[in-house]
Ligand binder design. Structure first.
Ligand SMILES: Nc1ncnc2c1ncn2[C@@H]1O[C@H](COP(=O)(O)OP(=O)(O)OP(=O)(O)O)[C@@H](O)[C@H]1O
Length: 265
């Protein structure tokens, strides 16, 4: 189980007052929630609400000012063991697949980064060729792609490679930060179907950060709303219509308006 307890984050503000020292802008306020194993938790909020900052705390990249992230009972920032535990169990897929895949690497080397993590953790030597072929198959890509460079793939195909890299180290949790946002609608659905399938097959837990309500309803079991750095609601996706969160309400209303117009046509 993954948990955040009373997490607060602030950044140094640009408007520093020399006489009184640095001023800080707080972006996360007492964030607490739990994600059970096998659940896909959607984190939804408007731009600047703190979603990516929360993601960075979750994946070990940003130590909070206060509070804790706990994975399977071990505090992530409390000790080196905590960070190792996180590195062994959590993978990340970012939005920008073009920069998160080294353009000079062939696809087999990109997937190989994930295999290296597994080799180190399990202290084994893997048959990389066979593993790469298996992973490409798993994400629905032809095995011949292993010799290609990133620019020789479409955006959707490259994001599948990034997903293959993320699952290559056999994680328990995958954090997706706007991972499908820059894909076209059709490819988004294909990638979400793939994510669903992988989750079932591998018993994975997902944290799915997005500003898109539709993808949350398609993929997530639970949804957490962030508004100006605070959690305003955490509820099962099936109950999303009951939300009182202002951002969620505005999103829901915009969808209803869209449906009405469609009917008028
Ligand atoms: N390294 C940083 N230094 C200073 N301020 C930061 C830093 N990272 C984020 N912020 C600020 O924290 C706030 C939250 O940013 P964050 O990227 O977490 O929002 P978000 O909800 O992910 O937005 P978006 O959907 O646009 O990516 C913003 O006001 C941002 O300017």
């Amino acid at each position: 189980m993954l948990e955040m307890r009373d997490v607060c984050v602030s950044f140094k503000s640009e408007r520093q007052e020399k006489i009184f020292g640095h001023t800080r802008q707080q972006v996360l306020f007492d964030i607490s929630f739990q994600v059970k194993k096998g659940i896909c938790l959607g984190v939804l909020g408007e731009s600047g609400s703190g979603k990516s900052t929360m993601g960075r705390v979750l994946c070990g990249l940003l130590k909070p000012d206060r509070g804790e992230t706990i994975l399977d009972g071990v505090s992530v920032y409390g000790s080196r063991t905590g960070r190792k535990n996180l590195q062994n169990k959590l993978s990340v897929v970012f939005q920008d697949y073009t920069t998160s895949a080294n353009p000079r690497f062939r696809i087999r080397d990109i997937i190989g980064e994930g295999l290296t993590v597994r080799e180190r953790r399990e202290e084994v030597r893997l048959n990389r060729e066979a593993e790469t072929a298996q992973l490409l198959k798993l994400v629905g890509l032809p095995t011949e792609f292993e010799g290609r460079f990133p620019h020789e793939l479409s955006g959707g195909q490259l994001q599948r490679v990034c997903i293959a890299r993320a699952v290559a180290c056999r994680p328990e949790v995958i954090l997706f930060d706007e991972a499908i946002s820059s894909l076209d609608a059709h490819t988004q659905v294909q990638v979400m179907d793939l994510l669903r399938e992988l989750k079932e097959k591998m018993g994975l837990t997902y944290i799915f950060i997005t500003h898109d309500l539709t993808s949350v309803t398609y993929l997530c079991d639970e949804v957490l709303f962030l508004y100006k750095g605070r959690i305003t609601e955490h509820l099962p996706t099936g109950q999303i219509g009951r939300t009182k969160d202002p951002y969620a309400r505005s999103l829901l209303e915009s969808i209803i308006v869209f449906d009405t117009k469609e009917q008028e046509i």
